[in-house]
Design a protein around this ligand. Sequence first.
Ligand code: UD1
Ligand code: PEP
Length: 427
Amino acid sequence: MDKFVVRGGNPLLGTIKISGAKNSALPCMAAAILTEDEVILENIPQVRDIETERKLLASMGAEVELGYGRAQHRTRIKCGILSDPVAKYEIVKTMRASSLVLGPLIARTGMARVAMPGGCAIGGRPIDLHIKGLESMGATITYDHGYLEARADRLKGAHIVFDKITVTGTEDLLMAAVLADGETLFENCAREPEVTDLAAMLVAMGAKIEGAGTSTIRVQGVTSLHGARHRINPDRIEAGTFLIAGAITGGDLNVDSCEPSHLGALIAKLEECGVRLDVGKDCVRVRSGGGDLKAANISTEEYPGFPTDMQAQYMALATQTEGTSTISENIFENRFMHVGELSRMGANITVQGRTATVRGKSPLQSAAVMCSDLRASASLVLAALVADGETILDRVYHLDRGYERFEEKLRGVGAQIRRMGDVFGKK
Ligand SMILES: CC(=O)N[C@H]1[C@@H](OP(=O)(O)OP(=O)(O)OC[C@H]2O[C@@H](n3ccc(=O)[nH]c3=O)[C@H](O)[C@@H]2O)O[C@H](CO)[C@@H](O)[C@@H]1O
Ligand SMILES: C=C(OP(=O)(O)O)C(=O)O
């Protein structure tokens, strides 16, 4: 099991290039199921979840070539014959986003057998809204030994009002609706840029979709889709993580090849803290404001609100601002796993219910810490960048799920961070 060794104290200086968004790439790869033609995706990040998605599609009979045509970030997918439309537990258990194959599989093959995802470190992750939506579109759902089986000769258009805003739920049902018979009207949809990215790809494949990026989406079903070439959006969470890395270390960092318009809530909050930001067309430069940063409260919300996927990283910054910040987590029930580890490094944080109170500014000390999930891992690296001494982070496989060459990118701008195999020799 790999670890990171991080020595704190260096301001980050230079330019970091942002990769494609994992959370756009995953639904877009699943969308390839909807056609027997070839789909080419550009800007696919080289992260563990993408390899898992490759395995998932390949296990169903698809051809998936990552790094197609010697372009590292290009992927070719051809779902000619899907001989085995089953998402097996061994694969689903390692990646929650596996449930994204449910909608496209039923739409394309009339049946899907998908292992039920379990709970995970950040709290329960039910898929009841995916199921309810598919049932309204005429699918019959049964359960069999931990698997969900869905069948429908052809899905029918429906009027679906999401009880709660769900990102992958919106994406999954959108993929089901594009091949359904007639019109589907979705209300209370997720407005995340990843939904818009998926919709753009589906439209390039011949789907008829209006309203993606708003809370109401209207789809006119078509009988078939064709192949397409699509470029994945830059990863707004990776960009946000590096903006905080620049701010927390008091550096001068240019976060390049990103989409600043997707970072509105974070940019506003960093400016409230006193971080200096120069926002360009596809880059954001972050500089220390000269003087202490000040505390600002956040409350996670659906897009365009402050993203839950940036909450842990923001908490690392809050330990280094003057004053008290409150951080409320409203999306997931248990997304404060990083608090214990940040506290072990000297942070002053108390949690009551869904709100953490962070009292800054605390000098952080190096320690041996454990990563519990993807963004918690990033938060601990950020804290380690300003800690006194050498921090050892265990279980960085969580981070590898969603950040491409994280330590290399940080090293390129002056961080002292290296990856180490298991100290007992097991990789
Ligand atoms: C692969 C991917 O894109 N993952 C992102 C996606 O996860 P994901 O799509 O799983 O998150 P959702 O938007 O679905 O979850 C939002 C809330 O709705 C609840 N819910 C969801 C579905 C459902 O059927 N029933 C239900 O109750 C969840 O428990 C949670 O409390 O959006 C999250 C919220 O922005 C991000 O943190 C994840 O990084
Ligand atoms: C929680 C995340 O991903 P997933 O939904 O795949 O667990 C994330 O990207 O922060």
